[in-house]
Design a protein. Structure first.
Length: 213
């Protein structure tokens, strides 16, 4: 019976916390040091992981900055080009200099550019479709001489600027309006095309469609 009573006393002491052992601060430090000494690789792994995270974040910031800068520069260049195209279109009509060679015959207009450009622009006569070819002239865009082909729809003049593509084809087609002029841009067979007129957008779209065929 005494052993049973002793057992009950032991259980009660454990449940009440009387037999709990509280480690001293010195013992805690010794145990923690022993754990670190037993597993040094874990500490190094954590250190390396933290530095790897910092490096990856830095690389990401640099990459995002480069993309944003590239897009901003490209946008600025495109904006300048569009402004230059509008200016060329307006100037050609104000100065009564819509053509350097006047002809509705593509076989007359196309050879005229020979020797004046380092490429041969495609020339289409769309008279039967309602867009009469009236001639062509030289313009200067993107730091180079380019071909300007001129069409007429009723009383509206249409300028088509053509030059070799720089390899960056961009979107399949861009449409925009600036200062009341409608513009359509596309690339095809290594050439860049910009079509501009005060003609309404649906009719200008039809002209672009015919030129692409």
């Amino acid at each position: 019976m005494i052993e049973v009573d002793n057992l009950h006393s032991l259980v009660s002491a454990v449940e009440n916390g009387a037999l709990r052992f509280k480690a001293s601060p010195r013992l805690k430090r010794n145990v923690q040091a022993a754990i670190r000494a037993a597993n040094p690789r874990a500490s190094r792994s954590i250190f390396h992981w933290r530095w790897a995270s910092v490096f990856a974040s830095a690389v990401l910031i640099v990459a995002l900055t480069w993309v944003a800068t590239t897009r901003w520069n490209r946008s600025s260049e495109e904006t300048q080009l569009v402004n230059d195209i509008v200016s060329s279109h307006v100037r050609s009509m104000m100065a009564n200099h819509i053509t350097d060679v006047s002809s509705s015959d593509s076989h007359t207009v196309k050879p005229w550019f020979g020797g004046k450009l380092d490429y041969s622009p495609p020339v289409k006569d769309l008279t039967e479709q309602g867009f009469r070819l009236i001639g062509g002239r030289l313009e200067y865009l993107e730091n180079r001489p380019v071909a300007a082909l001129v069409y007429q729809r009723s009383q509206h003049f249409i300028n088509l600027f053509v030059w070799p593509s720089n390899g960056n084809t961009g979107k399949q087609e861009d449409q925009l309006t600036l200062q009341g002029y409608n513009l359509i841009h596309w690339t095809k067979s290594g050439m860049t095309y910009w079509l501009i007129s005060e003609l309404n957008q649906p009719e200008l779209n039809e002209c672009a469609r015919l030129l692409k065929e």
